[in-house]
Write a protein that binds this ligand. Structure first.
Ligand code: HMG
Length: 421
């Protein structure tokens, strides 16, 4: 997958920012009168990150990006393109990316914008960045691509157990330290479907849930065919198959579809043979990289990259140059299937990609606290002044209210002393 005429391009840095509170799926199941196995086994989720009124797409995106730049020692002045993929921005007009640009002290000589296509927005940003670098227009600069979202479906809806919130930031550049992506292995797919959407008047997403699963699987087959163009033999070389993960069990369904594409026949999981073949493949290629998704929930456009982070945090020296597949799906719908290659240095950066310590420190919410938080988030849009300490947020960046119709942000705690990177 290397091209002797061009340096390799791909993901050079990766970091997660997540809200400081979560609700456990068994707690939610009990309150909703549902057997907890439906959420924990049927959907495969353990926890969902819940954003407080002082955490929004800007604070999550900025925190993730700051962590990516700092922990991978990337000079902010080297960023020439900044793209935030999100479907839960904070303004109908002004992009989240321009807030992030200021809060991180990025150079004025930088192209900065927001991309929206449901869960596909950040992947559009990633492939645009790869093209920007491969075209030569970047002239040695790097791109910062941030996937940031807060997934909200509303209380007591079928989508409620598939919420989550968080941001994944990626630095894209030449000679990447984590993952190479070759432009010739990227395939795209688009089809107009009403599987999931959010009207302008609604804070909550609407979904035709079971239909959305069908649309996802059709898009997987379509984008995969566009990427591989019949070259199915590459499947045997894969170290990992990474999918968009709205809930963990979706990756299970996706992998079954993938095997059906590889073998050109249906996989019947009620027969012992197919079940055994499927299980072996799923346990080797998919299951080991789903722990972060299970703990965070659906972070929409960042969900695929959360699975990638789980892979990279476990990487080993022997994985150098091994291939992985990545499938990104955004409802509506748009999708991309791509092949990546583990960079030889990835294992040296594994510890830098591990957000587990932060996830373990999150505050566990009762159902009463979770419902109060959702109600407070609705009021926060128009609140003039918010106190982050009311929500247990003492460090990092916080949304502190809207004055003169302008959102206000403040760095807290020790971060207040050194606000920019
Ligand atoms: P539902 O109708 O409440 O649940 O909705 P269900 O009846 O389909 O059950 C879910 C699973 O739990 C099933 O497993 C049941 O069998 C199992 P499956 O048969 O599918 O393997 N189950 C149990 N297991 C153990 N013990 C039990 C038990 N009871 C049932 N007692 C649905 C589920 C996902 C549809 C709903 O949560 C929803 O609408 N979610 C939102 C839409 C969504 O996530 N779609 C995914 C594909 S589209 C996508 O990924 C894009 C998206 O991220 C948005 C974007 O692009 O921006 C969503």
């Amino acid at each position: 997958m290397t091209d002797s005429h061009h340096p390799p391009v791909g993901i050079d840095a990766l970091a997660l920012a997540c809200p400081k509170a979560f609700i456990a799926m068994d707690t939610l199941a009990e309150a909703r009168g549902v057997p907890s196995a439906k959420y924990t086994q049927g959907l495969g989720q353990e926890k969902m990150a819940i954003a407080s009124p002082v955490e929004d797409t800007v604070t999550l995106a900025t925190a993730a990006a700051r962590r990516a730049l700092e922990t991978f020692d990337v000079d902010p002045q080297s960023i020439g393109t900044l793209i935030v993929g999100t479907e839960t921005g904070v303004d109908h007009s002004k992009p989240v990316a321009v807030y992030v640009h200021e809060l991180l002290g990025l150079p004025e000589r930088c192209r900065t914008f927001e991309t929206k296509h449901a869960c596909y927005g950040a992947s559009a940003g990633l492939t645009t960045s790869l093209d920007w670098i491969a075209s030569g227009r970047a002239r040695g600069q790097k791109a910062l691509v941030i996937a940031a979202d807060i997934a909200s479906y509303g209380l007591n809806t079928p989508g409620e157990p598939t919420q989550g919130a968080g941001a994944v930031a990626m630095v894209i550049g030449e000679h990447p330290r984590l993952l190479r992506i070759h432009p010739n292995t990227i395939g795209d797919y688009t089809r107009q479907v009403m599987d999931f959407w959010r009207p302008l008047y609604s804070k909550y997403a609407l979904a035709d849930g079971h239909y959305s699963i069908e649309c996802y699987l059709e898009a997987l087959a379509g984008a995969r065919a566009a990427a591989l163009d019949g070259g199915d033999e590459v499947f045997d070389e894969l170290l990992a198959c990474l999918y968009h993960v709205p809930f963990v069990k979706m990756a299970h369904k996706a992998h079954r579809k993938e095997l059906e594409c590889v073998h050109h026949r249906p996989f019947d999981l009620d027969t012992a043979d197919d079940q055994a073949r499927f299980d072996a493949s799923y346990q080797r290629l998919v299951a080991p990289w789903l722990s972060l998704n299970a703990q965070v929930g659906n972070i929409y456009t960042g969900s695929l990259y959360l699975a990638l982070m789980d892979l990279i945090r476990q990487s080993q020296a022997s994985w150098a140059d091994r291939r992985v597949s990545l499938f990104s799906y955004g409802s509506g719908c748009g999708a991309t299937y791509m092949l990546g290659q583990i960079a030889p240095s990835a294992h040296q950066w594994a510890g830098h990609c591990d957000p587990q310590a932060d996830l373990d420190q999150r505050r566990r919410l009762s159902v009463g606290e979770y419902e109060a938080m959702i109600a407070a988030v609705e009021r926060a849009e128009r609140a003039e002044k918010l106190d982050p300490s009311d929500w247990g947020v003492l460090e990092g960046l916080a949304y502190v209210g809207t004055q003169d119709h302008q959102r206000q942000y403040r760095w807290l705690g020790r971060d207040a002393l050194t606000p920019a990177v």
